[in-house]
Design a protein around this ligand. Sequence first.
Ligand code: B1M
Length: 801
Amino acid sequence: MDFLEFSEKNIICFDGGTGTLLQERGLMPGEHPETWNITHPDVITDIHKAYFDAGSNVVCTNTFGANALKFSDEELENIIKNAINNAKRAAKSSAAPHEKFVALDIGPSGKLLKPLGDLDFEDAVSVFAKTVKLGVKYGADLILIETMNDSYETKAALLAAKENSALPVIVSNAYGEDGKLMTGATPEAMTAMIEGMGAFAVGANCSLGPKQLSPVVERILAVSSIPVIMKPNAGLPKSENGKTVFDVGEEEFAQETEILLKKGVRIAGGCCGTTPAYIKALKEKISKTAPVPVTKKDVTVVSSYTKAVTFGKEPLLIGERINPTGKKRFKQALVENDVSYILSEGIGQQEKGAHILDVNVGLPEIDEQKMLVCAVTELQAVVDIPLQIDTSDACAMEKALRRYNGKAMINSVNGKEESMHAVFPLVKKYGGVVVALTLDENGIPETARGRVNIAKKILETAKEYGIEKKDIVFDALALTISADARAAKTTLEAVKLIKDELHAHTVLGVSNVSFGLPNRSAVNSLFFALALGNGLSSAIINPYSAEMIKTYYSFRALAGLDENCADYINASKEFSETTFGSTDAGAKSGDAKEQESALKNAIIKGLKDKAAQYTKALLEKESALDVINTEIIPALNIVGEGFENKTVYLPQLLISAECAKSAFEVIKNAASREKSADNGIFVLATVKGDIHDIGKNIVKLLMQNYGFDVVDLGKDVPPEKIVEKTVELHAPLVGLSALMTTTVPAMEETIKQLRKSAPWCKIIVGGAVLTKEYADKIGADKYAKDAMESVRYAQEITGKQ
Ligand code: B1M
């Protein structure tokens, strides 16, 4: 029986952890466990066999970190070949009567993808592709992509698996206690993307015990139409006599997991801390549990790298402003490659309440493919709502869909055979919700019935490609009433028929209706209201238009979608304005105060070019130190607080840090013109384990500006290196920076070593988590609360001004 056949009628029992078992058998810290497939094949086979004997239907190869970033091609092939052989040998030698399969195990690459890290998305796909191809070559039965804590890397691995094999692929993510991935994705967002891309199963593993993981698993079960997997840890780790132990025993583990089997989990196993004894206990529960059928959820959902947006709960607003049609300024931005203008449009529309952003950069005089990919990648770094990729060029569409971090909305396909054959394969491969225009080779039907018939034809063809109705949203086509007096009426009828007869979702590009008329917003907003009344699911509108927003919130309040009219009251604060403000305030005004908030805003929002531009303007009126202290640091503090409160995620934190850096670049260039005479050597570093260097770089900038010769050793610097440089240069002054409670001990260790080997030097310490008391306690000579204090102290010590 093959794996898919087996999975139809059974709950599948996976294996448990291997790390602790290998350590017990002598794996040394720092040694690659994957190499044991070659050096200790019997140990690996033995562990796999113990799991098969305990009841596992599937064991995962010992290849968690087997990828081309860690191993040469030859090593990788050898590892995977042996790993699969070991697992197959174990299956043969186990006398257990149940079905047995071997899953090629793929863990994270160990690197973060751009813009968070330095691994390019396509390079990540290639890295995973090598492992997948070898897994296929040596006969794996299925693929398990596991413990992924970032949505983009998950996509890269899944794409590699789908492009290079026909094996069933199970994707399991590592969620934190907040129910999100490290980079912020919710279970709903991950399920939308993973299911959309055609995985066999989706779920969660590692990080938590079965009880703590259950809310995440239940959320996945609620939205998933494919089987759900869970592989929790044996509870939470704690240290006992220098050893890591877990706090959930076999029986409790099995009981907690059983609760979720009864709620619908179809694949279960264990992760860190679990052993064959855990799997044996789990298997007993599995044997007594009837598999819950996997049900189609029929939800239309798109996602960004963090969140899922579901159609049908309330009407959705799709921001229309990233589109050059009729917009002179936008066309100019495209021609000049002014990406930050596009980003401002995106951020502004999200702030005005758009749920999804349409992205159209089609202009004859530019390379649309390149620009669309650029706009999508840059936008998804600064906004966290889903994007609608809007292009008539199928190549551009494919390139953008590949790079999109989530399940995109795709605009558009239509009833022409040619269009469906170009677009549907992309929807099927990358996942997405596609906008289907109700027109075909014969043009736009004049009647609502004609449009519904095209919608039916589109549905039938989509089915042939394996695309379900839930992944299609029909555009009933808003045509201009100045050309055809019945146009709006026909469209409204079509919206209602598609909803009532086809039970499908709809979208309209609302403002087309008033083309050529004066006072367009009056016509647009009434048409919008009528369409909403007819059941319109989503509308492409200008979120800056007060009339449209008024209509939207009024409709929600009238339709019973707004408890206590709270959203209406909140939104009405801005109703008095004809158009809402834009995020770009500082750019238009020469006023210093406005530029101040604009700089802070640009850093918070992640607009790198703007941050540099506003800094430049501010420096003409204010000192560098003022700009740093009143703008840059407060902006980073706001982002840092958001990060702490889990309203901001690592990608946003990183983008803001990049913005602060671009502001400092400008300050540095301005400051270097003012440098004075040499005042002595200052060795500077961020301590071991800490990669925060913005504060340290300010200290460097000011010290250099005051004539000190700064030897900057960088960040994450081991104590030995700092001592070595200080001794070599006989430096009189050393500066250490640390920003995390976890890295302050490294600062203490560095001071200890400096005192021993360079007793002459004075040590200045600084960084957000330090206090004077703590600095005294760890033996520093000076605690500097900011960069200027370090300069003053250095001047005092050296007697130089
Ligand atoms: Co991170 N980070 N970060 N982060 N980050 C903090 C520090 C944090 C407080 C955020 C939070 O949770 N609220 C938190 C630490 C919690 C704690 O330990 N108490 C944190 C965390 C947890 C993390 C990660 C672990 C997140 C993760 O991966 N899950 C990770 C750490 C990785 C590592 O280091 N191993 C991480 C990563 C990052 C980014 C890469 C995204 C980015 C850093 C980019 C970079 O530096 N190149 C980043 C950022 C930007 C921050 C915040 C938001 C801002 C830090 C900053 O640059 N502030 C920060 C929250 C916050 O502080 N509000 C946060 C502005 C800077 C000018 O201030 O460095 O304090 P500061 O410097 C001041 C003074 O302290 C003094 O002068 C400067 C002013 O003039 N000073 C000195 C500093 N050093 C001095 C040395 C001196 C004298 C004065 O003499 C030598």
